[in-house]
Ligand binder design. Structure first.
Ligand code: FES
Ligand SMILES: [Fe+2]
Length: 340
């Protein structure tokens, strides 16, 4: 069975990562791809392998609305057809490169690696909170851990109380008064919702409040298959029925795309300030990443379920998502799927 769900939308990159007139080479679902934009604005994702002698097309050049192989000069159009053979000056019908369904939406480039007939753009998860013109840093990092381990990490934010005290300034309220529920929507989205009612504010909000003030906090993480997550954060003055907000509600993408079975592209955003950049780099690269990489190393080739993990109540959302991903992979492999 494949490590990856095929019939689903994954994000390949942010739109701005594709250089004008150039291309972006990126490994996605353990295969190399080259991503470029035609003159009419349409995005293309094609296999980064020439069908002639299999060199990466990314060693070649953009030639108008074609990628021209750097080895013997065959050139491929946005549909993956060889539109120019320099030896004959003609197209070469037998030479084709695989291209994937691709849609640009919510400032990202989304691709569908499975059955193209099922690639309905309406299934791209809702990240409309990114559809604005305000300055925003849209970042991409690489984590040396499987997308499932990174998904676990996001679906169980209790780790923040141990890993992120020095960055996000959580202060124990999730452990002492956190309430937790898992909600599944009809469309398949799974939410892991933490609520900390009448709790001490996080460290970063203390200067915004009178001494001793209490707050209602919530951290709602949404998962959409295959591995597209979003965090919705709220902080209100306690006892105001969530109406008197300390800061406006926030939505943050945490979009994961497997690079390989054991590494992940992680797409995120933050306010475009050096302070926000430093905070996120610390949290993701100095705190989460070493732990996740160590976890991946410690698990080796072991299967998560065969290793018989201890399950805590706080794991409920992560486990629900793992089960759902397993069902989707089994269904694609034609294997029996147990009812939920
Ligand atoms: S390897 Fe690409 S044209 Fe020969
Ligand atoms: Fe984290």
């Amino acid at each position: 069975m494949s490590a990856f769900i095929r019939n689903g939308w994954y994000m390949a990159c942010w739109s701005h990562e594709v250089p004008e007139g150039g291309f972006l080479a990126r490994r996605l679902l353990d295969r190399p791809w080259v991503i470029w934009r035609k003159a009419d604005g349409e995005m293309v994702i094609m296999a980064d392998r020439c069908p002639h002698r299999f060199v990466p097309l990314s060693r070649g050049t953009r030639d108008g609305d074609m990628m021209r192989c750097g080895y013997h000069g065959l050139a491929f159009d946005g549909a993956g057809n060889c539109a120019h053979n320099p030896f004959s000056g003609q197209p070469l019908d037998i030479a084709k490169v695989e291209v994937l369904p691709v849609v640009e939406k919510h400032t990202g480039v989304w691709f569908w690696p499975g059955d193209a007939d099922l690639a309905d753009p309406a299934l791209i998860p809702d990240y409309s909170f990114l559809d604005h013109d305000k300055p925003l840093h849209r970042g991409t990092i690489r984590m040396e851990a499987s997308y499932e381990l990174v998904t676990d990490n996001l679906m169980d934010l209790s780790h923040a109380e141990f890993i992120h005290r020095d960055s996000f300034g959580v202060n124990g309220s999730l452990l002492t008064c956190g309430q937790h529920e898992v909600v599944q929507e009809e469309n398949g989205a799974i939410w892991n919702n933490w609520t900390m009612p009448d709790s001490d504010p996080p460290v970063w909000a203390v200067p915004m409040l009178p001494e001793g003030a209490k707050t209602d906090q919530w951290l709602h993480m949404r998962w959409n298959a295959p591995s597209n997550l979003a965090l919705f954060i709220g902080l209100a003055r306690s006892g105001t029925d969530r109406k008197d907000m300390v800061v406006p509600p926030m939505g943050d993408p945490h979009i994961l795309t497997p690079e390989t079975a054991t590494s992940t592209h992680y797409f995120y955003t933050h306010e475009p300030t050096p302070e926000a950049h430093a905070l996120l780099e610390k949290a993701f690269l100095e705190e989460d990443h070493p732990m996740l990489h160590a976890q991946q190393e410690a698990m080796g080739d072991g299967d998560f379920w065969e290793l018989r993990p201890v399950i805590l109540p706080s794991d409920a959302g992560a486990i629900r998502v793992r089960r759902r991903m397993m069902q989707l992979r089994r269904a694609e492999a034609g294997e029996p799927v147990a009812a939920e």
